[in-house]
Write a protein that binds this ligand. Structure first.
Ligand SMILES: [Zn+2]
Length: 163
């Protein structure tokens, strides 16, 4: 499975958005990160998929928002709804952009106090398991080689002793 391809095999491509898409979002959000409310220049705000591409989200405008790098990293593979559920104590309940902005350390504290949604945790569990399974064949090969070397060394020792 390559990056940006869904579990079911439907390609969800990561595309370069035309400038007018970014500008429209920038005007809509009045140059602020949608989660923390920090005001930034257009260049530093990142286009985020509310429903992530990796979980079959699309590239349509209604699925896009601008986030600062810190918020985008914190969101990761979470959906917009999962993020808002997790940080509900900080974010305005009506979904509006916070004003004044929320400092990142409040988000960090909230990350430490809360757990990701079960769906998100299960995705990470699956990735961990898949990575472990990929590592296993290499480990077996290494063990076999080690055993072979040991057997060869013993055989050599035994033959030398006989002479
Ligand atoms: Zn932010």
């Amino acid at each position: 499975m390559t990056h940006g391809e869904s579990e079911e095999g439907y390609p969800q491509r990561r595309i370069i958005f035309p400038a007018h898409v970014r500008n429209r979002l920038f005007i809509e959000q009045r140059g602020r990160c949608r989660y923390c409310g920090r005001r930034m220049s257009n260049h530093y705000l990142e286009i985020d998929h509310r429903w992530p591409l990796s979980r079959n989200g699309g590239n349509e405008l209604s699925n896009l928002q601008l986030l600062c790098t810190a918020c985008n990293l914190r969101k990761g593979i979470q959906t917009d709804e999962e993020f808002r559920d997790r940080y509900w104590r900080l974010l305005p309940p009506d979904g509006s952009i916070p004003d004044p902005p929320i400092p990142q350390d409040l988000f960090t504290r909230e990350t430490q106090l809360t757990r990701a949604a079960p769906e998100v945790r299960s995705i990470f569990r699956d990735r961990f398991e898949a990575a472990r399974r990929r590592r296993q064949p290499a480990g077996c090969l290494f063990a076999a080689l080690l055993l072979l070397t040991l057997v060869a060394a013993i055989a050599e020792f035994v033959t030398q002793r006989d002479f």
